[in-house]
Design a protein around this ligand. Structure first.
Ligand SMILES: *Cc1c(COP(=O)(O)O)cnc(C)c1O
Length: 426
């Protein structure tokens, strides 16, 4: 069941009519459903029940404190990609001991901060990073738990910008170099070799490439064990896709089914090869936790009839939602007022002075100036990627819980946008 449905001809988030939210908080506003968020997390958590497993939400997908807090209360760990994200986890009441730190460019300061908070593991992506981490940990008199992000060279069949596990990718250590890199890591005195990880890409509808990547990690775990390097966890990354409503696209694998298939693989390994005993499995889902929890609520400013195209100019723009401009992502647009009229065909565009500022193309929409529209499935990589381009304040964010609406990020004011700047004084 969706938590965004028409009731009496008006689109609601759970029990709240979207026009009421527009009235109270203005537009554009991100509207999230608490029930949907918890259902998505529980799909992972329930499938992990009774297992040695940890779900580390990849918070770059949506890092609002209220979202993090709800997930932390549910027992989530977090996959972070910066020191700033670690501080967010802590501010949201999350447990740093359930944090894993990914990313190719961790700074000395970020490493120090993460070591001081005793995070669960650093997912290391290169040899120079191993040396830097060893030095930083040594200076603090600590040992850093590390996992190597291995590049399994599995094609995730997704958009090139979100494919991360191929040979040409900037991410991870090549599969063929992995054993040597582990041997080296095991020699460094201030590192504790704890695990192995991968993350092959995002928006994967079929989980077969994810399972194939797991098989390749298992090969390496066995090879390392034969040399006396015993790993404590295997981190299968994130990447599970969601249904954006694209016509003709296959349905994504449900998270619970995917998790079950991961454990089936791990169990088969245990029985066939008498290996993998006591290994913890870590998941790093981002999009599949938050994507369908949110819509971007926007108002039509003008309808403009161009020479070749009709434009529906709305008050949300590429600075609010970058996915179409960045990846030509197809995002569903839906009027808030239910109607049977087909409407004219429009490009839905924002007010920003860039031709790349579009949200949707060639959509039949029964809308007039002043109407409300939503962009659906906007909870992941929406607000998280928002900018202030064109000196536009970022959208407000609200979480709906039943009949209640909680403002979890107020709209930015213009003065706040240049408050950190100053003119040169002579
Ligand atoms: C972005 C990212 C994820 C989450 O990816 P989704 O496709 O949103 O599930 C997980 N792990 C790493 C290392 C990432 O960079």
């Amino acid at each position: 069941m969706s938590h965004f449905d028409y009731q009496n001809g008006v689109l609601h988030a759970e029990g709240v009519a979207l026009p009421a939210i527009a009235e109270q908080f203005g537009t554009p506003t991100y509207v999230y459903s608490k029930a949907q968020l918890l259902e998505n997390f529980d799909a992972y958590a329930n499938a992990c029940a009774g297992r040695d497993a940890l779900v580390c939400y990849a918070m770059k997908a949506n890092s609002n404190l209220a979202v993090l807090n709800l997930l932390a209360q549910r027992g989530a760990g977090f996959d972070i990609v910066s020191g700033g994200e670690l501080l967010r986890v802590i501010a949201a009441g999350g447990d740093p001991k359930k944090v894993i730190f990914s990313g190719v460019g961790k700074s000395v300061d970020e490493m120090r901060l993460a070591l001081e908070h005793d995070i669960l593991c650093f997912n290391v992506e290169s040899i120079p990073e191993l040396h830097r981490l060893n030095d930083v940990a040594g200076a603090l008199g600590k040992k850093a738990r590390v996992s190597l992000r291995v590049n399994p060279n599995v094609d995730p069949k997704t958009h090139p910008y979100i494919a991360t596990g191929l040979k040409a990718s900037k991410f991870g250590v090549a599969f063929s170099d992995a054993l040597d890199t582990y041997r080296m890591a095991a020699q460094l005195p201030h590192l504790d070799v704890a695990g192995i990880d991968c993350h092959i890409g995002s928006q994967l509808l079929d989980d077969a490439p994810l399972l194939e990547a797991l098989d390749r990690l298992i090969e390496l775990i066995d090879a390392l064990a034969a040399e006396g390097i015993h790993l404590h966890h295997v981190d299968v990354g994130g990447g599970l896709g969601i249904d954006y409503g694209v016509a003709g696209e296959e349905a994504p694998a449900p998270a619970g089914d995917y998790v079950t298939r991961v454990f089936r693989r791990v169990d088969a390994w245990r029985t066939e090869r008498h290996a993998g005993k006591g290994i913890k499995v870590i998941f790093e889902p981002g999009r599949s936790i938050v994507g369908n929890t949110g819509v971007l609520l926007t108002k039509v400013e003008f309808i403009k009839h161009g020479e070749e195209k009709n434009f529906c100019i709305v008050d949300a723009a590429m600075n609010d939602m970058a996915r179409p401009a960045l990846y030509e992502a197809w995002m569903a647009m839906q009027p808030v007022k239910q109607t049977s009229a087909a409407g004219a065909v429009f490009d839905v565009v924002g007010p920003i002075c860039e031709s790349g500022d579009w949200l949707a193309r060639d959509r039949a929409l029964p809308v007039e100036s002043g109407d409300l529209l939503v962009m659906k499935t906007a909870g992941a990589y929406g607000m998280a990627m928002a900018s202030n381009y064109n000196t536009r304040g970022r959208a407000a964010e609200v979480i709906v819980d039943g009949n209640q609406v909680h403002l979890v990020r107020r709209r930015e004011t213009p003065a706040e946008l240049f408050a950190l700047e100053s003119v040169i004084k002579d």
